[in-house]
Design a protein around this ligand. Sequence first.
Ligand code: IDP
Ligand code: MG
Length: 139
Amino acid sequence: MNGKYTFSIIKPDAVRTGKTGPILAMINEAGFEITAMKMVRMTLDQAESFYAVHKGKPFYEILVEFMTSGPVFVMILRHENAVEEFRRLIGATDPNKAEPGTIRKLFAVSVQMNAVHGSDSDENAEREANFFFSTFERF
Ligand code: IDP
Ligand code: MG
């Protein structure tokens, strides 16, 4: 896993509480280049499809509900070894287990409302980027 791109979402909790700016600043300071970005309100269909790998897990339905509860920022980020480096920057899924100084440690309010999404593999980064962006929207 050493691709140059990853895909991220600033989740509804963080957008709603005005954390978009501080999170983008951290992403920039960590050396990631934003190569695509837009604000969207995910439909139920989109959220179900985006999180289809989690279908059947106990948190799936509330996750889908949460992710459609307000607008999010979706983006494609470029960096050497992007997937792994970005996962390091955001920290563990559960903010209580996230390293100090990570985005989730600083901005997440719970395991569910954990401020940001980051792809977990190059394959998923590509799939998730294509889910939201056409080639004309990528720079
Ligand atoms: P990740 O976002 O760190 O890759 P995943 O296991 O892929 O974590 O889970 C996707 C998202 O589902 C998490 O970011 C979080 O919002 C939510 N989630 C995961 N586990 C739980 C849980 O145990 N309770 C509630 N929500 C969860
Ligand atoms: Mg995941």
